[in-house]
Design a protein around this ligand. Structure first.
Ligand SMILES: *[C@@H]1O[C@H](CO)[C@@H](O)[C@H](O)[C@H]1NC(C)=O
Length: 301
């Protein structure tokens, strides 16, 4: 009996409300469908739309961050998400920072493969009175310059973008990547990345910071060294081939960043650094020099 009443109520309802309710239901589903589709569209855009694919892998954002921060509306050249890239301050003199797992193991391998087969002996900018012969042994690695635009996979582009985020210096200030290989016994004696005008003459642009991305683990040796860290060993007795001071062990995927200029633009003497000789294994590193002036078209490496 009860079931019958229910049935009758149902049919009665649909009969009397038929036109307006069908209309409302239609509108409801139309609007619901519209909102769902925009949600799906936006999340796809985040993942694949604006940025090239490797970017999303490099700048992963966790669900936690999405809910933890109440983001502001960014400017036209800004981001709609939080970037968090962990780092450790290695030293304030020079300003040196360590970025664990800056790139993945596969990304390192891809970069290495791009450079392999194109390597030439690394060059040295000569000072007055120096010759190729007199500077032999100072820099014994092999290397190649590859610009982000040369790499059609978008990987170098994504790495360069990530470097711009940690340095806060726009990409218009960077040189092409210099991919370097050090084999057993090879090294780079201590040097500055800046070109002191007192020694090299007037410079129209200065290297202000350096980012190193280690592409391989090195079994033994090959550390990046800062012999003058915190003012140590600066009494004039330092032998530029000695591997002393703050030493950073290369680990695949890790990055380090250091500044060669003080905030006032003068050269930081503690930014002296070198690459200790490789004792066992091979060292591959992608170097990115960042300049204080924007790149001119003619200077693109
Ligand atoms: C620039 O800054 C450094 C470090 O703060 C300081 O030692 C140096 O005297 C400054 N040089 C000039 C010219 O202001």
């Amino acid at each position: 009996m009860k079931a019958k009443t229910v049935k009758r109520n149902w049919s009665g309802k649909t009969n009397t409300l038929s036109f307006s309710s069908v209309f409302l239901i239609c509108i409801f589903f139309f609007l619901g469908g519209y909102f769902c589709s925009t949600l799906v569209f936006h999340s796809q855009e985040d993942e694949n739309g604006i940025r090239p694919r490797p970017m999303t892998r490099l700048l992963e954002k966790s669900a936690k961050e999405e809910t933890e921060y109440n983001l502001l509306r960014a400017g036209e050249s800004g981001d709609d998400s939080i970037t968090s890239i962990p780092f450790q301050v290695l030293s304030w003199r020079p300003r040196a920072l360590y970025f664990p797992n800056f790139a993945s193991s596969e990304q390192c391998k891809s970069i290495l493969n791009m450079a392999r087969g194109r390597l030439k002996p690394s060059a040295l900018k000569l000072r007055k009175g120096e010759t190729k012969e007199s500077t032999k042994g100072i820099r014994t690695s092999s290397g190649v310059f590859i610009s982000a635009s040369e790499d059609k996979t978008g990987l170098l582009d994504a790495i360069e973008e990530k470097i711009a985020r940690v340095t806060k210096i726009p990409r218009s200030h960077v040189e092409a990547f210099n991919i370097l290989r050090y084999e057993v016994g090879q090294r780079y004696a201590s040097h500055y990345d800046t070109f002191d005008p007192a020694v090299y003459g007037p410079q129209e642009s200065q290297r202000m910071a350096t980012f190193l991305l280690y592409l391989t683990d090195v079994t033994e040796g090959g550390e990046t060294m800062f012999p003058f860290e915190n003012g140590l060993n600066m009494d004039g007795s330092y032998d530029f081939e000695d591997c002393i001071g703050l030493r950073v062990r290369p680990r695949k995927g890790d990055g380090i960043l250091f500044y060669s200029l003080f905030p006032n633009g003068t050269i930081d003497p503690t930014s002296l650094h070198g690459s200790c000789p490789v004792i066992k294994g091979k060292k591959w590193v992608a170097t990115k020099w960042i300049r204080d002036q924007e790149r001119k078209k003619s200077r693109i490496g």
